[in-house]
Design a protein around this ligand. Sequence first.
Ligand code: GLC
Length: 450
Amino acid sequence: MDRFVLIYCRLKYVDTMKKIFFVLLFLSMVVSIVAQQYVPSAENLKARKEFSDMKFGIFIHWGIYSMFGQGEWYLHNAKLDPKEYAKAAAGFYPAKFDASEWVAAIKDSGAKYITFTSRHHDGFSMWNTAYSDYNIVDATPYGRDVVAELAAECHKQGIMLNLYYSHIDWTREDYPQGRTARTKYRDPKKNDWASYYNFMNNQLTELLTNYGKIGAIWFDGFWDHDVDTVPFDWQLDYQYELIHRLQPSCLVGNNHHVNVHQGEDIQIFERDVPGENKAGYSGDMDISNLPLETCQTMNGMWGYKVADQNYKSLDALIQLLVKTSGMGANLLLNIGPQPSGELPEAALDRLKGLGEWLRENGEAIYGTVAGDIKPQSWGVTTRKDDVLYVHILNLKEKSLYLPLDFQVKSITTLTDGPKVRYERTKHGVILNFDKIVEGPDYIIKITEKR
Ligand code: GLC
């Protein structure tokens, strides 16, 4: 009998130890998941809100590629030897570059931030980096730190500066080659991820230490490894953590064309209003709860392209801004400055027009969220507090039914022009116009009775 009790006790003991072991294992897993979980700081959450209220920013693609006038992908597209391409740096002297003029023209357009290409896929750095001589100060006769000048001017004129940073490098030998710029000039045997990763983190540390407050780091190039047979590990967690450690309010965005990765603070849609997949880059993306941003070109290319004068009309750009706002997203509209350092005339013209339009209609854009009615063929809606803004972009009839789930206090046009006639229906209102309303955006302001 005693033996049975002993065996029973032993079994019971083993059983209890097993249970304790599994509980501890579970707890350690929970602890490690919690430890890895990105918790945005209070400053970061505040910066996200401010960013999403801004609604409009200007993207600038400028580097030594602008000298060739063939866009920023020239090195790849023409299958060039990076060493030959790099010789352009010795002739880069943008005599007309004036940061104060750029910033003033951009501010005047109503844009609230600038995103500048600090280093694009060609690997040329537009600031005085200590980690590579292939930069604007050491490799060009110009010798001026463009990022420093822009940062100082942005801070002076009170506009946020964000920095684009390429994950790809078509010139460095340590960059683990992806699917782009696969030429005979690059030797995959020299690839060294540890060295390249360290280089990027050193550069990011410089950018976030020496140039004052940076609003966001905008990564690009993740997709270079999207066809690898063994999934490529970009080690984003540590890199994002580094950015947040250096500047907690700095927003991290990545133009990777896939769902948001933890540690990111904004979600980027390339050439698509969120919810669309016209450009073919957004098909694998769900719309997240993060602030959203659509980037788009004014003509067809990001970097200066001499043959591309196909600029979108002012009306088309206004409608694009309105449509992105209707999805609660920001529009990051691109300009490719000329090799001289000047912004193209056509771009300056669009900036001026957007500024004029926003000074009049900005109330229905800045600080809004996506409106109650999702985008329709006739237009979109935005909302701010108790006001719903109805943006009529393309309405073929003289009346418009709007389903509303609130009590209406008043309906006017935004600019207090003609009075709006309307009838109430059971589930909304019907707006009646004397004639077909004209664009680019006819804005109706519906105030809610609260
Ligand atoms: C793409 C292009 C790049 C450009 C970016 C902007 O990823 O590769 O040249 O900078 O889009 O969205």
